[in-house]
Design a protein around this ligand. Structure first.
Ligand code: PLP
Length: 395
């Protein structure tokens, strides 16, 4: 049996006609840049995330970059972010000639540990970038308290977390000063190329982000500030407008799959329950546990999108051997991420203390993302768990 890590074709098969029709409309209009599709998408995302503004941009990376430009980050300013994330989170800070300062993560969630943030604050700290990794919210109340205490901006990296709710029911991207999302094809809401969006409730930042997107010009050809070309194009927005109504259904399916996997692992005797941190003979696989499941919002309604499972990441010993075994058996997996920031060659100049990120180091060594996409069948998931079980009994 073949189980790819992600099967975009399976999703496309369900929306082909709608997408083709919509793309064709854009082609017929020959209006490709910042037209009605982008406007429609911005309105939908602002409503969905719960912010006053949403501004479509060229990628998730550019969403982060433009956010840092909007808060007027200066060379030499320090920005605290997790040592364990996709490269863009750290790369954008360095590209602004600012200093990325890494904090270790929480072993249960893989998200930045607020206690470690506070330890790393200096007089130069300007902002925090919490990353809602794999689709689960960071501990935002704790992060907001720190930001208020030290007057820091919060730029949420919600690239993997569109729709994710924090324990109070608020959606990520509406909690900090600016939210940054990616529409890279492998995200829960993906376009047919690169795309992203930034969200904010702040009038001034909303206006500034919109101007920065078009080289800082307003009116056209008059530049008070320097921006760039950070535009989202109409074809990408059209695809996203077609996909958007399905997003919550797709994320719900990912959650179902996560529950199904969890039960299978427990039934197979590979794990006693989710959220364990220590291996033993009854817990060869450490399963992820959604920490805000069962929480209620301010209207006493149970929050649904407590985790959107952009990735379902288990931890195992002998990770690389298991990965190879699964590849040999037709199962796609991925390591997010094999090298934490403090160990990246490009960040050697920061002289990080290599001993102060033990949880990130462990995650880099043990984590493995399994296929979790919505169209996955029960038989495919059973096969994945069977093969993992076989690997451990073979040894
Ligand atoms: C995907 C991703 C990004 C970058 O998004 P792109 O659209 O690929 O530029 C940034 N941060 C995180 C955590 C991501 O997963």
């Amino acid at each position: 049996m073949k189980v790819p890590l992600l099967d975009l074709k399976a999703q496309f098969n369900t929306i082909r006609d709608e997408v083709n029709k919509k793309i064709n409309e854009v082609l017929e209009s020959q209006h490709f840049i910042l037209g009605k599709e982008v406007q429609e998408l911005e309105k939908k995302i602002a409503d969905y995330v719960g912010t006053k503004y949403a501004i479509g941009v060229s990628s998730g990376t550019d969403a982060l970059l433009i956010a840092l430009m909007a808060i007027d980050l200066k060379p030499g300013d320090e920005v605290i972010l997790p040592s364990y994330s996709f490269f863009a989170t750290a790369g954008v800070v360095a590209r602004m000639n600012a200093i990325p300062v890494f904090a270790d993560i929480n072993p249960y969630t893989f998200n930045i540990n607020p206690l470690d943030i506070e330890k790393r604050i200096t007089k130069k700290t300007r902002a925090i970038i919490p990353v809602h990794l794999y689709g689960q919210s960071c501990e935002m109340n704790e992060i907001i308290n720190i930001a208020q205490k030290y007057k820091l901006k919060i730029i949420e990296d919600a690239a993997q977390a569109i729709g994710t709710q924090y324990k109070n029911g608020k959606k990520v991207g509406s909690i900090g000063d600016i939210g940054c999302f990616s529409f890279f094809p492998s995200k829960n809401l993906g376009c047919f190329g690169d795309g992203g969006i930034v969200t904010t409730n702040d009038n001034e930042l909303g206006e500034k982000l919109r101007i920065l997107r078009v080289h800082g010009s307003k009116p056209k050809y008059y530049h008070k500030i320097i921006g760039g070309n950070f535009r989202l194009d109409e074809i990408q927005a059209a695809v996203l407008n077609v996909k958007f109504p399905y997003l919550d259904k797709w994320s719900a399916k990912r959650r179902e799959n996560a529950d199904f996997y969890t039960n299978l692992f427990i039934q197979a005797g590979l794990s006693e329950n989710a959220g364990r941190l220590v291996y033993d003979e009854k817990n060869l696989v450490l399963l992820p546990k959604p920490i805000y499941k069962g929480y209620k919002d301010s209207d006493d309604k149970e929050i649904i999108n407590y985790h959107i499972y952009n990735q379902f990441v288990i931890r195992i010993q002998n990770r690389d051997a298991l990965k190879k075994y699964l590849t040999d058996n037709g199962i796609g997996t991925e390591i997010y991420y094999p090298v934490p920031f403090h160990r990246q060659e490009c960040f050697k100049y920061l002289n990080c203390d290599m001993n102060s990120f033990p949880i990130s180091d462990d995650a880099a060594l043990c984590s493995l993302a399994l296929p979790i996409y919505p169209e996955l069948s029960k038989e495919q998931m059973e096969y994945v768990v069977q093969k993992i079980s076989d690997f451990y009994s073979v040894k």
